[in-house]
Design a protein around this ligand. Structure first.
Ligand code: ZN
Length: 342
């Protein structure tokens, strides 16, 4: 085998460089390189042929082939870098992401309106130094009725439409049994609020078999109906605005004496009369009174020395007033679309 002349090598190199420069994709570039520097490439074969060349010519041939190989490799690397950069740029251009488009986002939940109002109410009373008491929803007849001065055959029990459960217990009809539990434990003077679910066999636009109450008790050596009214006025104005008024009506509850029910001016019509308040300008809200001495005695509190007042109202009713809802049931429908509007 005769060795290639310098001119032939120059020609080989020129062809290789042309093929490399002409390659317009990475596969074609690799193909072009393989034809020169692959296992059967022209330069590779020439290098392999050095051994058979004229000994006098071997050094020149080896040097020229190696230099040619280095130059071709360098051109190949440059071309490869250029093709890869181009491909990356094209990809960026074609698969462009518009980061200014609005995202789908995650919807965040929020507290139920009754829970929001309950927390707001509790915050008002804790601000006045009331503590928070809690108790079970399944109660004994004694705590729910008897200790609160409802004797077994007392007609006032009929007002409460009680759900009884097995074993003679019942679903508490008001939060007042928690009063009993707390007053048996606490030493006067004390003041506390109770919130929670209560149950009555009752169903209508403004009543649900399950609803929420908040009630408060304050027992001290000098508490008066005037203190009670002052607190309720401040509470109503905190919840419904500075312009609302309260109206007290003499009433009867076994566990308070004297007792009153109170109404709040309809915030919807400011007392002028509208559909929400049945044209009366007032909305019934809750009951209150001075704690009956027998209830204090049932809790081993000296009724000669101490007296106290108690009040209670529906949280759901307050939510209806606050949010102008036509029915209490809107609050308990598991329909997020409605609750979101409140
Ligand atoms: Zn009204």
């Amino acid at each position: 085998m005769t060795s290639r002349t310098s001119q032939e090598l120059a020609e080989l190199e020129r062809e290789a460089v042309e093929a490399i420069e002409a390659a317009d994709s990475l596969p074609r570039l690799l193909e072009a390189r393989s034809q020169v520097l692959g296992r059967k490439g022209t330069i590779t074969e020439s290098l392999r042929g050095i051994g058979a060349a004229d000994p006098a010519d071997r050094a020149r041939l080896g040097r020229e082939l190696n230099l040619a190989k280095q130059r071709i490799e360098a051109r190949f690397a440059d071309r490869r870098a250029a093709l890869e950069a181009g491909a990356r740029e094209r990809e960026l251009r074609e698969h462009r992401l518009d980061v200014t488009l609005p995202g789908t986002g995650l919807r965040s939940g929020h507290l139920h309106p009754v829970t929001q109002l309950e927390r707001e109410m509790v915050a008002f009373f804790t601000g006045l130094g009331f503590s928070i008491e809690d108790g079970p929803q399944v109660e004994t007849d004694y705590n729910n009725f008897e200790a609160l001065n409802f004797p077994p055959d007392h007609p006032a029990r009929d007002m409460q439409d009680t759900f009884y459960v097995e074993g003679g217990n019942l679903l508490r009809t008001h939060t007042s049994p928690v009063q009993i539990r707390a007053m048996q434990r606490l030493e006067p003077p004390f003041r506390f609020v109770v919130t929670g679910r209560v149950y009555r066999h009752d169903f209508g636009p403004r009543s649900s078999p399950m609803f929420h109450q908040i009630e408060g008790v304050m027992v001290d050596e000098r508490t008066s109906f005037g203190d009670l009214k002052g607190i309720l006025y401040a509470f109503a104005r905190q919840l419904f605005g500075a312009r609302v008024d309260l109206r007290f009506r003499a009433s009867y509850f076994p566990f308070t004496e004297p007792s009153a029910e109170f109404d709040v001016t309809c915030p919807n019509c400011a007392g002028a009369g509208c559909g929400t308040c049945s044209q009366s300008g007032w909305i019934e809200w809750g009951g209150c009174g001075m704690v009956h001495p027998r209830v204090l005695e049932n809790c081993q509190i000296d009724a000669e020395r101490y007296q106290g007042f108690a009040f209670g109202m529906g949280i759901d009713r307050a939510a209806m007033i606050r949010f102008g809802l036509p029915s209490i049931h809107v609050l308990f429908e598991p329909d997020a679309r409605i609750l979101e509007q409140i």
